[in-house]
Design a protein around this ligand. Structure first.
Ligand code: ARG
Ligand code: ZN
Length: 865
């Protein structure tokens, strides 16, 4: 069944108060819900039935209206919906349901993670707890009582503030929580368990005292400091940059090990995947630290962009997610290196989001229809949505953007609204007409900018011609031109900047003239990735190398280097296919030598520049993806650069290997990234001394970043014996740290040496692997499919069959995860006919299976269209 945006109807019934009582027991949980229901005054027809959503499998024990028990003939219950006709205009609905949290393997609704009770209600998990108008435009004040065994579950948490508690006899106790802010049901949460706590406090700008509490299993108590510091930084930042303060007396975060996504912004009670909150130098990599900082901030920022102002319906998901990702990206940029953050985000867009935009699941930032909303928590809604907000920021400038955001929060505080409302606030403060801009919300696909130029040396006039187009996507044959900022500069041959500014594109084809230009300039286009588009301009090699040396925009310096590498790699792919010898040109070697030996450059930037575009990105760029040629060309180039610059890699390694104790700041992280990149090239030479160096680093490092880098380099090298030895030692050292074991699985899943599939198959029966745990599945299965492309796409189709087997098995347990793991197979049309047929056959095999979940069915059926 497909749901359409155009069918939206406001709710006929509103719920002003929701009172919940949970009796948490080992065999089951009883939930009593009391809803204060009243007719929506804004809806004329007062005879509409009351419509409640409730999972088909949920047991309904009692249903009453104003104390009158309803018999089964008094309502209709079918496929996830319960309808009651002829209800009065105001009434209290009481509903008792019985749940089996310990059997909930979908990790949606109320479930158990490592012995503790927790919830995940976004998007439609609340309907697995009780019958409710489970839609974001029904906002209600919640009061929640939890009753549980005191010894097993000493900590009982829900949204808001604790207002009462007591003992219940027989070792049971209870706590009542009251959340004064009306909220949609998807923001409801509860946690019950035996949890340790890190506590701190924060004084808001206006002087409100807030208790900050981060809960985790006792063994992880030493891994909460970084999240706490990040939270305080985020709170300060949101006050300074957006004027937003926190609005309750307590802010809680709980770490759980079984979680489908990264984290969830439940009002006052965020629930986090352990991977996004626990951090300790010994067990967490730099990437992990950055993720914790970013996700903690993201969920905190949702308190305004998401909770105080929420979404009218799930088509508006990007209203909160796009805006909040933009906010967390700016926060991370302010806390670390702005350019590096931009490079990472642009790379994610260009690699994964562009691929989504070009595949069968392509959808606009504001989708028009869905079968299962869980499938739309996508890179398009999140990351492209954030780019759309960033473009508004660029077009309006930061001052007007802030005014627009203030107006948006002021106008819509306490409301459930749309992306149109967001843009309307930006229009109101700027006086600009943003109707064309809104096509970014409604049109899918990645636009292409084709740029050409002319220079007239007699008049000194330089002219840029910009043409924009956007390929068709499912259901959208023709696209209208977009309104977008094109940030750019003009550089003289010697690198002097002649012009810097931002052009606005609105037409399909536009010309821009620059006068008084003394000699033919080199354009630096799409600076800072000012719009989520592809750019086609016929740069010469010399121009790209000049930009790599001299561009004043750090992002475009990096980008020029990447463009040059992509061009060279594509040429080697051609040679590989033609059976010609591959080459690594001297110009590349000397450009890299220059970067590598320039100690004045930021190490983090150098590391970004000297990393070749990934196989995934080269795949995205290919007309037809030739897995073998991409792998061969990239590996050839890496080996050539390793050998040609061996001394320079060693010097860079030594320069960055300062011996200083671990610190999680941007400068130290940057040094470690260059050091480990240098080590990776040294290892590629296959020389024993570098194996020794890696082994030394493995043994002597005081932090997971360096230890894991060394491990994975040795494990992926030709030194199989040492690799196996280190993997075993690592396992011995860390087997009791779940998150470290995820890394251990991940390193092996991405090992590109022969026999990869057999290795991951063996690991799937290893005791540390647990197919019920999403982090383990992501580490091993998604790890193999996404970071071991050469083996996943083995010519005999064994990788595809293995993945399909997993999906079918997982779909019965956890449909959300199953549907996510499916992504690589959806891209089958991009491959050669043999591989495409093999992938298609696996999709067809799934399609022919009875009883697919809605999640998997939607992705499989759309992929086969
Ligand atoms: N709102 C959460 C976040 O981005 C993600 C929740 C995802 N839930 C889901 N069912 N897909 O912060
Ligand atoms: Zn979010």
């Amino acid at each position: 069944e497909t749901i359409y945006l155009e069918d939206y109807q406001p709710p006929a019934w509103l719920i002003s108060h929701t009172e919940l009582r949970f009796e948490l027991e080992e065999e089951h949980t009883l939930v009593r819900a009391q809803l204060s229901v009243r007719a929506n005054p804004a809806v004329a027809d007062k005879r509409m039935p009351l419509e409640l959503f409730g999972d088909e499998a949920m047991e309904l024990c009692r249903l009453s209206i104003d104390g009158q028990i309803l018999e089964t003939c008094d309502y209709q219950r079918d496929a996830g919906c319960l309808r009651i006709q002829n209800v009065p205009e105001h009434f209290t609905l009481e509903c008792v349901t019985r749940l089996l949290p310990h059997e909930n393997t979908a990790l949606e609704g109320l479930y158990k993670s490592d012995g503790m009770f927790c919830t995940q209600c976004e998007a439609e998990g609340f309907r697995r707890i009780t019958f409710f108008p489970d839609r974001p435009d029904v906002m209600s004040v919640f009061r929640t009582t939890l009753v549980a065994d005191k010894a097993r579950y000493p900590v009982l948490l829900s949204n808001g503030n604790p207002v009462d508690n007591g003992e219940d006899g027989e070792g049971r106790h209870w706590v009542t929580w009251d959340d004064p802010w009306p909220k949609p049901s998807y923001l409801f949460a509860l946690v019950a368990g035996d949890l340790a706590l890190l506590e701190d406090n924060y004084t808001t700008l206006s002087g409100r005292e807030v208790a900050l509490r981060i809960y985790a299993e006792r063994k992880d108590l030493d891994k909460l400091d970084y999240a706490m510091q990040s939270l305080k930084n985020a709170m300060r930042w949101d006050e300074g940059v957006y004027g937003r303060e926190y609005d309750l007396d307590i802010y809680m975060i709980v770490a759980v090990d079984f979680f489908n996504m990264g984290a969830m912004e439940n009002k006052g009670l965020n629930i986090f995947n352990t991977s996004c909150v626990l951090a300790h130098p010994k067990t967490t990599t730099d990437l992990g630290f950055q993720r914790v900082e970013g996700v903690v901030a993201h969920e905190y920022f949702h308190n305004w962009s998401g909770n105080r102002v929420t979404c009218r319906d799930w088509f508006q998901l990007s209203l909160k997610e796009g805006f909040t990702v933009f906010r967390d990206a700016e926060f991370s940029a302010d806390m670390n290196s702005r350019t590096v953050k931009r490079i990472e985000d642009a790379t994610l867009l260009r690699t994964a989001q562009f691929a989504e935009d070009g595949g069968p699941m392509a959808h606009p930032v504001r989708p028009e229809s869905y079968m299962e909303i869980s499938n739309f928590y996508t890179l398009t809604v999140y990351e492209k949505g954030a780019e759309v907000v960033r473009m508004l920021h660029t077009l309006l400038g930061s001052e007007l953007f802030r005014k627009g955001s203030d107006l948006y929060f002021e106008r819509h505080d306490g409301q459930a609204v749309t992306t149109d409302d967001f843009v309307a606030a930006m229009e109101a403060v700027s006086g600009r007409d943003l109707s064309q801009f809104k096509r970014w919300y409604s049109q899918a696909g990645t636009p292409l900018l084709t740029v050409s130029d002319q220079y007239d040396e007699h008049t000194g006039e330089y002219c840029l011609n910009v043409r924009q187009s956007c390929p068709p996507s499912p259901g959208q044959e023709h696209k209208q031109p977009y309104h977008m900022p094109l940030a750019m500069g003009l550089l003289a041959e010697d690198g002097a900047e002649l012009y810097a500014g931002c052009l606005e594109l609105t037409g399909e084809e536009q010309q821009f003239r620059f006068t008084d230009i003394a000699s033919r300039p080199v354009p630096s286009l799409l600076r800072g990735f000012s719009a989520p588009v592809k750019l086609d301009y016929q740069y010469s090699d010399a121009q790209l190398l000049m930009l790599l040396r001299h561009d004043t925009d750090g992002f475009n310096r990096w980008d020029a280097g990447q463009r040059f590498c992509i061009r060279l790699l594509q040429e080697q792919m051609r040679r590989y296919r033609a059976g010609e010898p591959m080459q690594c040109p001297d110009v590349l070697i000397s450009a890299w030598r220059e970067l590598l030996t320039d100690a004045s450059l930021e190490p983090a930037m150098v590391a970004q520049c000297l990393e070749l575009p990934s196989e995934a990105q080269l795949s995205e760029l290919a007309e037809q993806i030739d897995v073998t040629a991409i792998h061969a060309a990239r590996e050839f180039m890496r080996a050539a650069l390793a050998t040609a610059l061996e001394q320079e890699w060693l010097q860079a390694y030594q320069r960055c290997d300062t011996g200083a104790a671990y610190a999680a700041d941007a400068a130290s992280m940057g040094r470690r990234s260059l050091k480990n990149l240098a080590l990776s090239y040294l290892m590629l030479t296959g020389c024993e001394p570098w194996l020794e160096l890696a082994r030394q680093q493995y043994e002597q490092s005081d932090n997971m970043t360096d230890q894991l880098a060394a491990l994975s380099l040795v494990a992926h090298s030709g030194f199989r014996e040492t690799g196996a030895e280190l993997l075993q030692a690592f396992y011995q050292q860390w087997q009791h740290e779940a998150l470290v074991m995820n890394q251990w699985l991940s390193v092996q899943a991405s090992d590109p040496t022969p026999g990869a599939l057999a290795r991951v198959q063996a690991l799937s029966t290893h005791p540390v692997f647990d197919a019920r745990n999403p982090n383990k599945l992501r580490a091993l299965i998604a790890g193999f499919c996404a970071r071991n492309l050469f083996h996943f796409h083995a010519e005999d189709g064994s990788g595809y069959e293995w993945l399909a087997d997993w999906i079918l098995q997982l779909d019965r347990r956890n449909p959300q995860i199953a549907a996510r793991l499916l992504t690589p197979l959806t891209r089958w049309k991009r491959y050669d006919t043999e591989r495409a047929a093999l992938m298609q056959a696996q999709l067809q095999r799934m399609m022919d299976t009875a009883e697919l979940s809605a999640d998997v069915y939607e992705v499989v059926s759309k992929s086969l269209m």
